[in-house]
Write a protein that binds this ligand. Structure first.
Ligand SMILES: [Zn+2]
Ligand SMILES: [Zn+2]
Length: 366
């Protein structure tokens, strides 16, 4: 079958072209894409040194299933997910599925791991890789059955499409990794797509105080709508957030918060959550910073923990149903996160808007 898709050229650009997708073999599912979220990783994927069908967040409708697939059927609405634990390696056996040694979800630049049927997607006559083994920026995606989770009724595709990335990362870092308890105090630095979901997770975990920090008043107003109880504006000249830390201390009995999250992607802010937590508290860096940065060691004093969680500690079978149940009960906002929808033909504009920070989340709809 021919279908339109966005293909990264590996050298910083992409083309919109047709790709050829086969019918599913055993253990595979063919999904008709309805919506695909875009994030900074998609921009990075333009330069992964090989052609690749773009997109790693998405939702759609099952068109065909291969032999042995029973958890979904043609016509089902599904969420696509790129982190697929094997269930049997060292990390999976110790309940750290997100660190699965077999599927290595974080090693996205390696050729498709563990997927035997790589010829099932072709571009210009040659087999082509799919971003994170999904390739959601395409009319059709041929994926492993385990990558597909049933959606159930009542969730718009655009809202579902963003769950398999920023929502999972923010919500999961609060609930699965920090394991926030009722009454805890929490600081969230940066109120974009991931930060807002940390705030939602903290609210659902029963945090007593959720202090949102951002440079923009408008972002702090949004943060309040997602559950922030207090807000602190970061001044441009407060480069290492010393003044913000002072304010946080005043709001937390002079002690510092139990947890502080960095969700800005700004390298020199990577360690600033350490300044805002109490002795023995936990700082989490959830924005994917991997630049070299320096840190003042006394910030770690005393007995503080610093964690860079991967994908919010995602266990797909446990976390996606939980997130969708929260949504159905009106406890977790998803629709409000999608600030703009674009057709695939406007992918360039969507990527520009994202790089300029114009959207909480932009979604391509098919
Ligand atoms: Zn993403
Ligand atoms: Zn494993």
């Amino acid at each position: 079958m021919l279908t339109p898709a966005a293909i990264a050229d590996g050298r910083g650009a992409f083309v919109l072209d047709e790709i050829e997708v086969d019918s599913p073999q055993a253990g595979e599912v063919l999904v008709e894409m309805r919506a695909a979220g875009i994030c900074h990783t998609d921009h990075a994927s333009l330069s992964w040194k090989r052609p690749l069908v773009m997109g790693h967040e998405g939702a759609g409708v099952v068109r065909e299933v291969g032999e042995g697939v029973s958890h979904v059927a043609p016509g089902d609405a599904v969420l696509l997910n790129w982190a697929i634990p094997c269930g049997d390696c060292f990390q999976c056996r110790r309940q750290a599925e997100v660190l699965c040694e077999h599927s290595k979800p974080a090693h996205v630049m390696e050729p498709s791991l563990g997927h035997a049927h790589r010829d099932g997607t072709r571009w210009r006559g040659q087999p082509v890789d799919r971003s994170f083994n999904l390739g959601t920026l395409s009319g059709l995606a041929l994926v492993r059955a385990a990558a597909v989770t049933p959606l159930g009724a009542g969730i718009p595709f655009a809202s579902a499409a963003i769950v398999g990335c920023g929502v999972m990362t923010g919500f999961g870092s609060a609930v699965n990794v920090a394991k926030i308890q009722p009454g805890d105090s929490v600081v969230v630095i940066g109120c974009g797509g991931v930060g807002l979901n940390v705030i939602q997770g903290a609210r659902l975990a029963g945090a007593g105080k959720i202090i949102a920090v951002d440079r923009r008043e408008s972002s702090l107003a949004t943060a309040r709508r997602f559950g922030a109880t207090d807000t602190v504006v970061a001044a441009a000249e407060d480069r290492e957030l010393a003044a913000v830390s002072e304010q946080v201390r005043k709001l937390t009995a002079g002690r510092g918060a139990d947890f502080a999250f960095e969700a800005t992607s700004v390298p020199h802010l990577a360690f600033t959550p350490l300044r805002m937590i109490r002795d023995g508290g936990m700082a989490l860096q959830v924005s994917g910073i991997n630049d070299p940065v320096t840190v003042s060691m006394p910030w770690f004093m005393w007995n503080k923990t610093y964690v860079t969680p991967l994908y919010g500690g995602c266990v797909p079978g446990r976390d996606f149903p939980r997130i969708f149940n929260h949504y159905r009960r009106g406890e977790l906002q998803l629709d409000e996160l999608v600030t703009r929808e674009y057709p695939l033909a406007k992918l360039s504009e969507a990527i520009d808007d994202m790089m300029e920070g114009r959207n909480a989340k932009g979604v391509i709809v098919f």
